[in-house]
Design a protein around this ligand. Structure first.
Ligand SMILES: C[S@@+](CC[C@H](N)C(=O)[O-])C[C@H]1O[C@@H](n2cnc3c(N)ncnc32)[C@H](O)[C@@H]1O
Length: 244
């Protein structure tokens, strides 16, 4: 008899500190047959690092290794095609285990439904298999907490922006909000800093890298003199709304 198909769990791990994982995430991870994670070779990635204390020898591991995409600019159609093909293959690799009746926990830094690669698997597999999603504390939440910075007061509007946006668009959005989070800094960092200056928010901005992780660094943006920012960094600008 064919075994009942396994379940795909999208497991949010929180921003980095393993203690910020939910009890449900930890339980499902320890019960899963297969633990899967996205990574860039040769590293195993931050999601793997967060779960490394939970993974046991009897867990099967399924690393989903991103292709090297640096040869094409992000707006080149070949960049998208390459990633599309990669996600197709990754979904097929996960499906092989699910078809055998094995449960797969695909882990995600932060929340799986918030700018997560998991979403590309959910989109491909949720119509064919049972998929459950375990929410996680987002990186921005971990970052503003560790920066001891309440982010929205009263009726403040919070805007979350990817640093990959065109600088003019970014500036326009920043001028039009009370509070902001800018994610995906990396090589976009200098342009993001300029946009914050033009929008008049630079002096209120706080830079955080590797928030809640062992190598966390938090400083006012005005004190950051270099142009380097790792991928795992973001900027927050707190609102100045009603304080009663
Ligand atoms: C693909 S998104 C993933 C977001 C994640 N799913 C979440 O819920 O926050 C990656 C971006 O999240 C941010 N990020 C994730 N973890 C972070 C951390 N521990 N500290 C600072 N930024 C982080 C960075 O801006 C990074 O470029």
């Amino acid at each position: 008899m064919k075994p009942a198909a396994g379940i795909l769990y999208g497991v949010g791990l929180g921003p980095g500190d393993p203690e910020l994982m939910t009890l449900k995430a930890a339980r499902l991870l320890s019960q899963a047959d297969v633990v899967s994670y996205f990574c860039k070779a040769p590293q195993k990635g931050h999601a793997y690092t967060i779960v490394s204390t939970i993974i046991r020898d009897d867990h099967k591991q399924l690393p989903l290794v991103y292709p090297v995409t640096t040869q094409y600019p992000v707006d080149d159609p070949r960049y998208e095609t390459q990633l599309h093909d990669f996600y197709e293959e990754a979904a097929q690799a996960i499906a092989q285990y699910l078809k055998k009746g094995e449960n797969v926990a695909l882990v995600a830094v932060g929340d799986p439904f918030f700018y997560g690669s998991f979403m590309h698997m959910y989109h491909r597999l949720s119509g064919k298999f049972t998929c459950e999603v375990i929410p996680g504390i987002t990186s921005m939440s971990g970052c503003w907490t560790n920066a001891r910075t309440p982010i929205t007061w009263g009726d403040d509007v919070l805007t979350v922006l990817p640093g990959t946006m065109d600088k003019q668009q970014l500036t326009k959005r920043l001028k039009n909000t009370d509070a902001a989070v800018i994610m995906k800094l990396g090589s976009n960092f200098p342009a993001v800093r300029e946009a914050l200056m033009v929008a008049g928010l630079h002096d209120r901005a706080i830079y955080i890298e590797y928030g809640t992780m062992a190598n966390e660094r938090i400083l006012p943006l005005s004190q950051k003199t270099d142009d380097e920012a790792p991928y795992f960094s973001l900027i927050i600008v707190a609102g100045q709304g009603r304080r009663l």
